[in-house]
Ligand binder design. Sequence first.
Ligand code: ZN
Length: 353
Amino acid sequence: MTDTPSNKDPFVAMVTARAEVHLRLGDFQPRSMLCATVHEVSRPKFPAIDYHNHLDAQEPRDVLQIMDQCGIEKIVNITMLTGHAALEMIRKYHTAAPGRFATYGWMDWSDVQSPGFFQRSVERLERLVEHGACGLKIWKDLGTTVKYADGTLLRIDDPRLDSLYEKAAELSVPIMYHIADPDAFFLPIDAANERYEELAAHPEWSYYGSHYGKRDLLAQRDRVIARHPKTTFVGAHVAEHPEDLAYVSNLLDKNPNLQVDISARCAELGRQPYTAREFFLKYADRILFGTDLIPEVQMYRLHYRFLETRDEYFEYPSHASRQGRWNIYGLFLPDDVLRKVYRNNALRLLAKH
Ligand SMILES: [Zn+2]
């Protein structure tokens, strides 16, 4: 007797049948048949501060229009420009609408191979803050591509950067870290990768095959945060580890100087709503609303729906290539938590600027 479905028991045949079809992954766009309640939230319950965005390519008046429509009080523009261009960008936004924009500077590595770089970095931070910057962003090129003249990588926890962090504490400006990326970016881009489509669209985002691992990158970052208790750090994207909120909780417990933003991570948080809700309730004073997406009405509204409603199984805000084939669940956060996450935690960091 051969083992084909036709001569199996009909029930066994039914439960063991598998689809053998060819359909392009990008063409598979199923629509959910779930009859779930939909709450469109057009404005946040409290005025919101988007603490993580990039507006260099936008015009202030266009952004303001979206902000007014969506109840966004203020956006923190993390400029990706350096030098004089960064100072110009600060001026452009701050004069266009005083009080509606704040600006983070971007770490300038362009002359890392020239003597005196570390002292120059301290002076650059001073100059940025003099011109109105409210923080400094350090991106994942540190630890992965930034190299000394001799070709060796600059480590995230290189002690020569300590003076920069001390200066940030002295000036009362936070350092925002975006070190590492989603866990799946460190795995092969194959059929088992939960971000297959995203990585297929952006193969350059993959770390697979490189000699550094995510655990090591985060460990280097975590050492710096622990070494500088007087410096305020913002861990962008839920400190890069929303897949493991126990890790992030532990990091927050150990380091009172650390805050996290939720930018570009609704997908991760919203697929684990029970754990995420507990996380928000426990760390309500340490979580910042941020988006890291082009300002658009629907983008902001999906965030409000995620944070405020108990809607089930809906799309998360994302860039075009999406982050994974799943939907999210609302966290129905209480008012006191929403007030802190949307606004008060950011105001505290912005208070001196
Ligand atoms: Zn960003």
